[in-house]
Design a protein around this ligand. Structure first.
Ligand SMILES: N[C@@H](CCC(=O)N[C@@H](CS)C(=O)NCC(=O)O)C(=O)O
Length: 342
C-alpha cells in the first residue's frame, strides 16, 4: 500500500503543480495584491529619471511610472522605482522583477519580436545625436577629423546605430564603449573621448546638468536615427499592455481636451459626454481594463497631462530647457497623437 500511496501523493502533487499555470494570476491581480507597482527606470539622467540627495526621484520616465500607479492603484506613490542599467533592463522585465520598463528604451523590431516583450506606447520621440567638445571646432559629423574618439554606452541602440552609420557614411572613428552612464560621462569630461553619442534628450541633460562647463560642449546638427522611447511589458498579458498603453494615451488625450491637474474639478461638471466619461463622472472607461472608472481622473489629478509632465521635467522652466519638438501634440506639428478614448 505504501508505495501506491506515495505514487498517489506524487500524482496529486503533479496534478496540482500542472494546474498552476492555468490559474496564474494576471499582472494586474499580482500588482493589486502586492499593493504597489515595480517600475524599471534609468539610473541617472536628470529630466528622464534621476534621484536627488534626499532620495526623491524625478523625470518624465518616473512620472509615467507614477501615472501607471495612479491608474492601477489610485495612488501615484504606490510605486517602487527600480534603477536598471542598459544591460539588465530587459532581463529584469522578462524575469518578473519589474512590471513595466520605462527607461529611455527605444522601441525596435528586434526588441519586440525576439525578447518576449511588447511595447505599450511611446512616451518620448528622440533621435541619436552627438555631444562634442567645442575645441574640436565641429558643427556637424563631417567636420570631425579621422580617428576621432567617440564614447557610447554599451548594450544600447546607440552602439549599433553608430557602427552602422560609420559603415554607411565612411566615418573614421575610434570606438570607446562604456558600461554605465556614470563611466561614459566621466570619460567625456576627463577627456577619454572627444565626442559622446546617445539619444539627444539625454545629451541635452548631460550637457546642461553634468558638464562642469556646459558651454565647453556643443550638440552637433546630425541626428542619425529614430529613437522612439517607450514603455515595455511582458508579451503574455494583453490586459496589462492595454492598461499601460491607454494611460500614456490618456495623458495626451487630456492635454488635447485642455484637461490638466489644475482644472479637473471644474471639468467634472462639463456637459461634454466625452469629458464626463473620461473623468469617470459617467461609467465607461474602467471596466474593460479591470480598473475603476476614475482612472484617468487619478492620473491627471495626481500626475498631470502630457504637457504638464513634459514641462515639469524637461521644459523651458527647467535646467534642461527643451522645447516640445517632435513631442508636441499632432495639432501643434508634433508626433503625439492618441486614438480616441471612447
Ligand atoms: N535608447 C537607447 C539608449 C538607452 C540608454 O541606455 N542610454 C544611455 C544614455 S547615456 C544609458 O542610460 N546608458 C547607461 C546605462 O546603461 O546604465 C536604447 O534603448 O538602447
Amino acid at each position: 500500500m505504501r508505495p501506491n500511496l506515495l505514487i498517489a501523493a506524487a500524482m496529486a502533487g503533479f496534478a496540482f503543480c500542472a494546474a498552476v499555470p492555468a490559474m496564474a494570476a494576471s499582472t494586474l491581480d499580482t500588482v493589486q495584491a502586492r499593493g504597489f507597482l515595480r517600475c524599471g527606470v534609468n539610473t541617472g539622467i536628470l529630466g528622464f529619471s534621476a534621484i536627488d540627495q534626499n532620495g526623491q526621484w524625478s523625470g518624465l520616465d518616473v512620472d509615467f511610472c507614477r501615472a501607471f500607479a495612479a491608474a492601477i492603484l489610485g495612488d501615484k506613490d504606490a510605486v517602487e522605482l527600480i534603477p536598471l542599467n542598459a544591460k539588465v533592463r530587459f532581463m529584469a522585465l522578462q524575469e518578473g522583477e519589474i512590471d513595466i520598463l520605462t527607461r529611455n528604451t527605444t522601441v525596435t523590431f528586434k526588441r519586440e519580436t525576439a525578447l518576449g516583450l511588447d511595447f505599450a506606447g511611446v512616451t518620448y520621440y528622440d533621435g541619436q545625436g552627438f555631444l562634442a567638445r567645442k575645441t574640436l571646432g565641429a558643427k556637424k559629423l563631417q567636420d570631425l577629423k579621422a580617428g576621432v574618439r567617440i564614447c557610447f554606452p554599451s548594450f544600447t541602440t546607440t552602439e549599433t546605430n553608430l557602427a552602422a552609420y560609420a559603415k554607411a557614411h565612411k566615418l573614421d572613428y575610434k570606438p570607446v564603449p562604456f558600461n554605465s552612464i556614470e563611466e561614459a560621462k566621466a570619460g567625456l569630461f576627463l577627456g577619454r573621448c572627444d565626442v559622446f553619442t546617445t539619444d539627444r534628450g539625454a545629451l541635452a541633460s548631460i550637457r546642461a546638468v553634468d558638464a562642469p562647463f556646459p558651454d565647453d560642449f556643443i550638440i552637433l546638427d546630425d541626428v542619425i536615427s529614430k529613437e522612439p522611447l517607450g514603455a515595455f511589458v511582458r508579451d503574455d498579458d494583453p490586459q496589462w499592455r492595454h492598461i499601460v498603453r491607454w494611460v500614456i494615451f490618456a495623458t495626451l488625450e487630456a492635454e488635447e481636451f485642455g484637461l490638466a491637474s489644475t482644472n479637473l474639478e471644474a471639468a467634472k461638471s462639463s456637459s461634454d459626454p466625452a469629458v464626463r466619461a473620461m473623468l469617470g463622472v459617467e461609467p465607461g472607461v474602467g471596466q474593460s481594463l479591470g480598473l475603476k472608472d476614475d482612472w484617468v481622473y487619478q492620473v491627471i489629478r495626481q500626475v498631470g497631462n502630457y504637457g504638464e509632465i513634459f514641462a515639469r521635467n524637461l521644459g523651458p522652466g527647467t535646467q534642461i530647457a527643451m522645447s516640445r519638438g517632435l513631442n508636441a501634440l499632432w495639432r501643434d506639428g508634433g508626433l503625439m497623437y492618441a486614438p480616441p478614448l471612447r
